[in-house]
Design a protein around this ligand. Structure first.
Ligand code: ADP
Ligand code: MG
Length: 263
């Protein structure tokens, strides 16, 4: 069942079409990877899906309800997004950053629920192994720790749907796997729907149940990674000639060899 869906989505900025005719449905409880070349419109799609950017034509449906009819705070209680390059205020600590994730549950009129807030923050720190870091400044963390802090902030929202925009870019391979494992565990343990823009094709093969490929400002293909992520797709979408082989775990691995047009 589709928990989040875009219908006939079209987004233009200053008369430039960035996305058009986008029809995608994201399955509840699954991990979907979005891949595509730089500038294809992946981040733009994620921002529309989370209503961070409401300037689009067409419809975004959350559990079948037009997201425009749902209040912004209500959306944030259900959909969390970690943008591509988030920036923390200079002196903010990990604990404070994660606590910001509780914002959708607070209001000026209604007293917040401090116990629920505390529990959600503890849970988020727990899932991202950040308990010992809560008083550290976010700016002073290593790349891997900082990315975990941002994920913890999104988790503190206790969303049904987690949107991640290139969560492993700039991390070394060990910390990339650490992030992917956190996401995998959350998805498995809480059936949280995960939609993630991934840079690494092999992460998409290994960690995603479903795949959406964006090219030339539209959906080029969608299906399971096993079905559609192959040598031909890499040539068609990225202009790269690749080899494919199985690793020691029996998982297919794609290895870029050269640019197609330089053969
Ligand atoms: P991706 O995430 O796939 O790399 P983006 O969604 O960030 O791509 O951007 C898609 C295209 O839209 C790019 O050409 C980018 O320059 C353009 N774009 C995105 N946001 C804006 C904006 N606010 N103003 C002008 N152009 C934008
Ligand atoms: Mg992007």
């Amino acid at each position: 069942m589709a928990v989040l869906e875009a219908r006939n989505l079209k987004i233009s900025v200053q008369d430039k079409v960035i996305l058009h005719d986008v029809n995608v449905a994201f399955t509840e409880g699954k991990r979907t990877a979005i891949i595509g070349p730089n500038g294809a419109g992946k981040s733009t799609l994620l921002k529309a899906l989370s209503f961070v950017n409401p300037k689009y034509d067409g419809e975004v449906l959350l559990d079948g309800v037009n997201i425009r009819e749902i209040g912004r705070k209500k959306i944030s209680q259900r959909v969390a997004i970690l943008p591509q390059a988030p920036v923390a205020p200079p002196d903010v600590t990990v604990g404070q950053l994660v606590d910001f994730g509780r914002f959708p549950y607070r209001s000026f009129i209604k007293a917040s629920d401090p116990k629920a807030d505390r529990e959600a923050v503890e849970w988020a720190l727990d899932r991202t192994h950040l308990h010992d870091f809560r008083d550290r400044r976010v700016m002073a963390l290593s790349g891997g720790e900082r990315q975990r802090a941002w994920i913890a902030m999104a988790l503190a929202q206790q969303p049904e749907i987690l949107l991640l925009d290139e969560p492993t870019t700039y991390l070394d391979i060990g910390h990339q796997l650490e992030v992917m494992n956190i996401v995998e565990d959350i998805n498995r343990d809480y059936k949280m729907t995960v939609i993630m823009v991934l840079h690494d094709i092999n992460h998409a093969l290994q960690y995603a149940d479903e795949l959406v490929v964006i090219k030339n400002h539209g959906v080029f293909a969608q299906g399971t990674p096993k079905e559609i992520l192959n040598v031909k797709l890499l040539a068609d979408v990225f202009g790269v000639r690749a080899d494919i082989f199985k690793n020691s775990q029996g998982i297919s691995v794609l290895s870029p060899v050269s640019l197609v047009n330089r053969d």
